[in-house]
Design a protein around this ligand. Sequence first.
Ligand code: PMP
Length: 424
Amino acid sequence: MNEQLFERAKQIIPAGVNSPVRAFGSVGGIPRFIAKAQGAHVWDANGTQYIDYVGSWGTAIVGHAHPEVVEAVQAAALGGLSFGAPTEGEIAIAEEIAKIVPSVQRLRLVSSGTEATMTAIRLARGYTGRDKIVKFEGCYHGHSDSLLVKAGSGLLTFGNPSSAGVPSDLTQHTIVLPYNDVAALKQAFDELGEQIAGVILEPIAGNMNLVRATPEFVQTLRQVTEQNGAVLIYDEVMTGFRVALGGAQSLHGITPDLTTMGKVIGGGMPLAAFGGKKEIMDCISPLGGVYQAGTLSGNPVAVAAGLKTLEIIQRPDFYENLSARTQQLAQGLTSAAQASGVDFCADSVGGMFGLYFAQQFPQTYADMMASNVDGFKQFFHAMLNKNVAFGPSAYEAGFVSAAHTPELIEETIEIAKHVFAQMK
Ligand code: PMP
């Protein structure tokens, strides 16, 4: 069935998918067409059940189709799908986010992470009156033109340093620096500090697999941006409400000027946001001259899903349990690999994890590129054949949800023991 659907899809949708990594391009084979999802599981078109560690790329933190979230969505839908006018729900979710993430004094809702980051850099440029943006190698911030330079995710998978169709006139304002390289960062600010509008960072990178920013790196970043009047943007589309309730900024003890969010805040519906300092956010239209808009921005059904999800994740012990399960997975897989003598290690932060076919955790994009991609492919397919679905690329982070019980994690580790033993 998956084969037939893939063939049919390719006749009408380029590569058969609406987002590149889904095509299994870097791992080979046939993508599974998902028919339904519930809790920690997804089912493909054949009715085959998988333990799912993709979680809609991090959105499904409370588990797929959580009954309370579905109920909230149904109730909202009955009241109308979209109005193109303000609603009370939008105020409620903005207030809730600001309560959880104190760096957010003002917030705007949009429909995708790409919109959030695109607008955040426009805002940084509009606020400072400068053009240059700094980003880091291997970090992905959505597919807006200025940010499609040495980006991660599907772009790493396909080995494109950038995208066709992006004028170099646009990317010439984007400075790309190596991740975790304090010296390169200082040098860039020494040379160009007065021209830099802002720096955008994945504070724990998840689009070149999971790579943690070092404390020295983020502290230096906060210092040089402050000293030079540049806007520090934490792109927490993936890490927000995922690595901890308050996101990576709460773990780093850093107050960014702007934060972008997505995934978890929509609870599986298209919802994202950017927010931060009042002074900067007030530059947005119609208060200020920086334009941003959206027909579906703050969509009432998406907001209802998001509000319920934010309520669930604030219940007692939510993150303690989520982190413990994710650690159990990372440690269990590492022990299983070691027992078979496979070069492998795994790291986790909150409900996000990285699997590396390497002896050490990567610190940079170059480290990640040096890992054993063939080992990942072998592992990925062997696990998928035994009904465990990891993301179909060596460069993606993985995700655990509240629905992943200790028993399901243990089952995953048992399966991995056999897989690693055969890899050896
Ligand atoms: N920023 C980061 C850190 C992301 O991980 C992603 C998507 N994975 C985006 C931005 C873009 O979000 P979206 O896919 O919703 O446009």
